[in-house]
Design a protein around this ligand. Structure first.
Ligand code: PA5
Ligand code: NI
Length: 195
């Protein structure tokens, strides 16, 4: 982790930062139970444990005044009709927001709140997305060939709650319908007990 002010650059071809503290790589095997078509998931996994997405993180102390940031890269591909996507999460401290600046590619951010609101926002090079406090978020790459690359920033104390999404899923899915992305209800969405 850097001490004091610092800067880094993003290379123009693939936006990998010239400096980072962590490089997270998530493979198909780490997305168990997340894809709608579980047969297609098993079939694909039996062939190879593909790399779905990567995160280059600049580490900061996990306190409210800090801003955690980095680059996320979702590779192109599909499991059945569902595009490669991140696990998605609520922030552990629910009242924390996040900003995403799309640098390359095209996709969607699927979002929802514990109160039942949902939203799906388009991501394309040059767009800035504000994810307000309380909104879980998952990024999805809908381009058949290109990476979806984004710069993200969020409060240092936010934390990641993956468990809620792992057990209940997102209310909405984005599926490939004959070459066009389609937003559909998630038939496997598993509402929390108090709803
Ligand atoms: O904090 C964020 O929202 C991002 O940096 C994500 O961590 C990144 O996009 C990877 O997604 P996830 O953490 O859901 O695996
Ligand atoms: Ni987040």
């Amino acid at each position: 982790m850097k001490k004091g002010p610092f800067s880094f650059t993003l290379d123009t071809a693939n936006f990998i930062p010239s400096y980072f503290d962590n490089h997270i790589q998530r493979h198909l095997s780490q997305m168990k139970g997340q894809y709608l078509d579980q047969e297609a998931y098993q079939e694909k996994l039996s062939q190879s444990d593909d790399l779905l997405y990567e995160v280059y993180e600049l580490k900061r102390p996990e306190v409210a005044g800090e801003i955690l940031h980095g680059i996320s890269i979702v590779h192109p591909g599909k499991v059945g009709r569902e595009y490669y996507m991140t696990k998605g999460h609520f922030h552990t401290v629910l009242d924390t927001a996040e900003i995403y600046y799309t640098l390359k590619g095209q996709g969607y951010m699927v979002m929802e709140t514990p109160e039942g609101d949902w939203a799906v926002e388009k991501l394309k090079a040059g767009s800035v997305l504000y994810v307000p406090p309380r909104w879980a978020h998952r990024s999805i790459n809908v381009d058949p060939e290109e990476d979806l690359v984004m710069f993200f920033a969020y409060p240092g104390n936010a934390g990641h709650d993956y468990g809620t999404i792992e057990t209940q899923g997102f209310r909405k899915l984005v599926l490939d319908a004959d070459g066009e992305p389609e937003i559909v209800d998630n038939p496997r969405w598993n509402p929390p007990e108090n709803e």
